[in-house]
Design a binder for this molecule. Structure first.
Ligand SMILES: Nc1ncnc2c1ncn2[C@@H]1O[C@H](COP(=O)(O)OP(=O)(O)OP(=O)(O)O)[C@@H](O)[C@H]1O
Ligand SMILES: [Mg+2]
Length: 286
């Protein structure tokens, strides 16, 4: 992998929250620019697929109850970074992670962390809607059952609440026993969101959740994100620049494994500090 941003000058300026977070690297760090308590704090994070390094010393923090977008050209490490946040990379052989990912100040890579419980707190929605070949109801109930819920009333209540939250209830309330595969793509994606919400996560990770959808379904999901934003901390990967600027509060621009720039979305899109960011958002590459 080429290494376009190794000089200190052009390397990402680590954006750290105020509040005495301990630096883990010897590199000089910029003064904290943002005044928020991070829900997710990433420090000096690197990831290797075998011999190939896919993330380089990523530093960023994501505030609670807001939406952070990750943008950048294909292969720059967006999905990889997203997967580090609920240890989805654990299931890929030969992956090695160094540095820190902390949620509510607890390092999620520490031995004490129970990965199943972590993934309950940090839900994930993928690019392609991936409902199980089961009924609409069972798709949403699935996670509840896995986590030991057996009370029928309680399951029914949570399924309804989750479908409402995912803005799907009105469309499916009379067909809950139908197979989820009978739903449209946009409905399937909202079902996957309902499935993720059912187990009561605090964080939602979304990897290009609308790239397989038509504009109308995309708009519905974007509206939904807006409704969910205050109750969840959301991290969304998107190739769609308009989407990032519409839905997110914070944006990180990645390039070849580096987080080049991170800041408030408005600033990134109107007055980015790095030329690479500007070139990307103005469509000069990627
Ligand atoms: N399971 C894997 N094994 C080995 N290398 C991988 C694996 N997944 C991703 N990579 C490599 O890591 C780098 C980052 O990939 P990643 O999928 O995170 O990029 P991305 O920014 O999400 O791209 P896209 O926009 O195309 O989804 C790429 O060079 C990719 O080839
Ligand atoms: Mg990806």
């Amino acid at each position: 992998m080429t290494d376009p941003v190794t000089t200190e000058e052009s390397h990402v300026t680590p954006q750290k929250p105020a509040g005495g977070v301990k630096a883990t690297s010897e590199r000089p760090k910029a003064k904290p620019a943002f005044d928020f308590e991070p829900k997710i704090r990433i420090e000096n994070l690197s990831l290797y697929y075998g011999q190939t390094r896919a993330l380089f010393d990523v530093d960023m923090s994501m505030p609670a109850g807001e939406i952070t977008a990750l943008i950048g050209p294909s292969g720059c490490g967006k999905s990889t970074l997203l997967r580090t946040l609920n240890r989805m990379n654990d299931i890929i052989p030969a992956v090695r992670v160094t540095g820190t990912v902390a949620i509510d100040d607890v390092d999620i890579y520490s031995k004490a962390v129970h990965v199943d419980l972590l993934r309950k707190r940090v839900g994930m929605v993928f690019q392609k809607p991936n409902p199980f070949p089961k009924s609409i109801f069972e798709n949403v109930a699935f996670g509840l059952r896995i986590h030991g819920e057996s009370n029928r009333n309680s399951i029914e209540e949570t399924v309804e609440k989750s479908l409402q939250r995912a803005a799907l209830w009105d469309e499916v309330k009379d067909r809950l026993r139908e197979n989820a595969m009978s739903l449209s793509g946009g409905q399937q994606q909202r079902l996957c969101i309902a499935r993720a919400l059912a187990v009561g996560p605090e964080i939602l990770l979304m990897d290009e959740p609308t790239s397989a959808l038509d504009p109308r379904s995309t708009a519905r999901i974007e509206d939904l994100l807006d409704e969910l934003r205050s109750d969840y901390t959301i991290v969304i990967v998107t190739h769609n620049m308009q989407q990032a600027s519409r839905v997110s509060d914070w944006t990180g621009f990645m390039y070849e494994g580096y987080l080049v720039e991170f800041g408030q979305t408005e600033k990134i899109f109107i007055a980015p500090e790095k030329k690479q960011t500007e070139d990307y958002i103005t469509g000069r590459f990627g």
